[in-house]
Write a protein that binds this ligand. Structure first.
Ligand SMILES: C[S@@+](CC[C@H](N)C(=O)[O-])C[C@H]1O[C@@H](n2cnc3c(N)ncnc32)[C@H](O)[C@@H]1O
Length: 259
C-alpha cells in the first residue's frame, strides 16, 4: 500500500485542526527538564506529525523518521530539518519489526494515521516495545469507522459498513485492524500497565476538496467490498460530496509505568 504525497498534503490541514492539543499538554508536563528530545515518528509520510508537534513541544529536538517509502522519507527529512532547533534522520524499513531495544533512548514515539494499517499482533508488539522501552506514545488520528453526514441519508449506514469491512480485509495474509485500531491500541497499552488517555480528533469537512477526494476512496472501497452498492455509488458520491461530514478519529497518549 503506497500513499501519494499529494494526498498527504491535502489532508495535512484537516489533520492539524483535528489532533488533540489537550493530550500534548499532558505529554509536555512529562517531558520537562529534558534537553534534546529524541522523537521517533512511525509511518511519518512526508512529516505532517512532526510539522504539527515540533513547535508545540518546543526546545531542541531530534526526530527519527520511520517509513518504508523512501520518497516520503526524503520529503519528511527535508521538511523537518527546515524547522528551527530540529534535526532529523530517516530509517527506511518495516516499522512492525521495531523492538524495545530499537526504541531505547527515545523520549517519545509518535504516529499519525497509521494504526488502522496494523494487525492486532503488530499493535500489541508495538505497544510492548514502547512500554518495555519506557517511552511515552502519542498515537494520533486512528480512524474510528464512524462518519456523520449532514444531511444524513439511509444509504450512509450501508456504505459505512462496507467501507469498514474493507478496512478490516486481509492483505498479504495480514488481517488489518481498520476501525478497530483505537480500541486495540487502548487495550494493548492498558494491559501492559500504561496510563492511557484518549481524545476525539474528528475531521470536520464541508463539501471541500479534501472531502471530495476522501469520499472517492471511501465510496470506491465500499463498492469493492460490497459490489451490490455499485448501482447507487455515483449518485451517492455526488450527494455526499455536497454534504458536510464529521469523520471520527481517536488520539491516544500512553504513559508507561505511571500509576
Ligand atoms: C496514512 S499514511 C500517514 C502518513 C503521516 N503519518 C501523516 O499523518 O501524514 C501511513 C504511512 O505509514 C507508512 N507505513 C505503513 N505501514 C508501514 C510499515 N509497516 N512500515 C513502515 N511504514 C509503514 C506508509 O508508507 C505511509 O507513509
Amino acid at each position: 500500500m503506497t500513499f501519494a504525497p499529494e494526498w498527504l498534503a491535502l489532508r495535512e490541514n484537516a489533520d492539524a485542526q483535528a489532533r488533540s492539543t489537550e493530550l500534548v499538554d499532558v505529554l509536555g508536563k512529562t517531558l520537562v527538564n529534558r534537553t534534546t528530545l529524541t522523537i521517533r515518528d512511525l509511518g511519518c509520510g512526508t512529516g505532517s506529525m512532526g510539522r504539527w508537534l515540533a513547535g508545540r513541544l518546543g526546545g531542541v529536538q531530534h526526530w527519527v523518521l520511520h517509513d518504508r517509502d523512501p520518497r516520503l522519507l526524503g520529503l519528511a527529512q527535508a521538511g523537518m530539518s527546515a524547522i528551527e532547533n530540529v534535526t532529523a534522520e530517516t530509517r527506511e524499513g518495516d516499522l512492525t519489526a521495531l523492538t524495545a531495544a530499537d526504541l531505547a533512548g527515545a523520549d517519545l514515539v509518535t504516529c499519525s494515521a497509521l494504526l488502522d494499517l496494523l494487525t492486532a499482533d503488530e499493535m500489541n508488539a508495538l505497544a510492548t516495545a514502547c512500554v518495555e522501552a519506557h517511552v511515552p506514545a502519542l498515537f494520533t488520528l486512528s480512524v474510528a469507522g464512524r462518519i456523520e453526514f449532514d444531511p444524513a441519508e439511509p444509504l450512509d449506514a450501508a456504505f459505512q459498513d462496507a467501507f469498514n469491512a474493507h478496512q478490516r480485509r486481509v492483505v498479504d495474509g495480514r488481517r488489518l485492524l481498520g476501525p478497530d485500531a483505537p480500541q486495540a491500541a487502548e487495550e494493548a497499552f492498558t494491559a501492559l500497565g500504561a496510563t492511557v488517555r484518549t481524545a476525539q480528533s474528528p475531521w470536520r469537512t464541508n463539501a471541500d476538496a479534501l472531502q471530495r477526494e476522501w469520499l472517492k476512496g471511501w465510496v470506491g472501497a465500499a463498492v469493492e467490498q460490497e459490489p451490490a452498492l455499485a448501482a447507487d455509488a455515483s449518485d451517492y458520491l455526488r450527494r455526499r460530496s455536497e454534504a458536510s461530514a464529521v469523520v471520527h478519529h481517536v488520539d491516544l497518549l500512553a504513559l508507561p509505568g505511571v500509576a
